[in-house]
Design a protein around this ligand. Sequence first.
Ligand code: H2U
Ligand code: ZN
Length: 345
Amino acid sequence: MTFDISEHPHRRYNPLLDEWILVSPHRTKRPWHGSVENAPRERRARYDPDCYLCPGNIRANGERNPDYESTFVFINDFAAVLPDAPPAPADEHPLFRADSVRGEARVLCFSPRHDLTLAEMSPAEIRLVVDLWAEQTAELGARFQWVQVFENRGDMMGASNPHPHGQIWATDRMGSIAAREDRQQRAYVDRYGASLLLDYAKQERQLGARSVLENDSWLVVVPYWAVWPFETLLLSKSPQQRLPDLDARQRNDLSAILKKLLVKYDNLFETSFPYSMGWHGAPFDGRGNAHWQLHAHFFPPLLRSATVKKFMVGYEMLAEAQRDLTPEAAARRLRACSEEHFTLR
Ligand code: H2U
Ligand code: ZN
């Protein structure tokens, strides 16, 4: 028997996180009687008087949102991190360690329109969100080492409100996942004298099997080591460390490719596709960080339809992540999705 990566069980290595994932392609052949159900599409109003993110409404802390016309940022009223947390005492036992953390959490409204999602906004409107991400990253990066920009979209990902919005948590500590990516990118440069993610993008462009979208500045792939069924990695094709470094053309290209990716995602199961996404860029630690390459991860939970999600349970919780659908098959499915939003058809 000769090894066929599209047939035989195997493991794949994630070089960004230094971990493995189990792939079981033969299982996609098992009988499955579900159909692609379309989740009922809720029609939302452009303005919701009960929404704490809509312009002019009052938030939990009693403050009133301005009548904003494009984007709007405020400090999270229930922030997970605070600017003046006291330092933690020294550890008394190696099994009971604590560390202090200072930070700031903000909420970013992407649009005054309550009924839109990023996928339904125009590239020009998305460009304003890109600018906001960049500006906020620069501002918070002046005070905090790690600036985590992210979006939880949809109930399934725990978003508390359908109004298009994201968050930023900036901290004076790097999160464990960010720290691992930092270590791995540094180790790759030390060993191979080149950038891990630039090398990866070059390889994927040549191979093509996992590519979903590409323009002059950006590439979207289902990574070789993807864990979530339709996980994607958005890569800059040129060396870029952080969002604020992007010039006007790269930002326009980014808005264009985000629009296409999010429309494809929505079209896949004809639903407003849930996901968590976020940006990873070089930390603001005053060091060179030449090993860092800016990128975004999209982690969508859906597997087979608008309602059937992938569970990260038994084996995943106890041994390592596992998938059936190969990343190559997922990329093929996404490539085949239309770039016109299904609601406009
Ligand atoms: P999520 O939908 O991803 O949970 O983000 C919404 C955030 O908005 C959430 O972190 C904050 C919550 O703490 N929030 C406010 O800051 N003010 C409010 O009036 C309600 C919710
Ligand atoms: Zn709203």
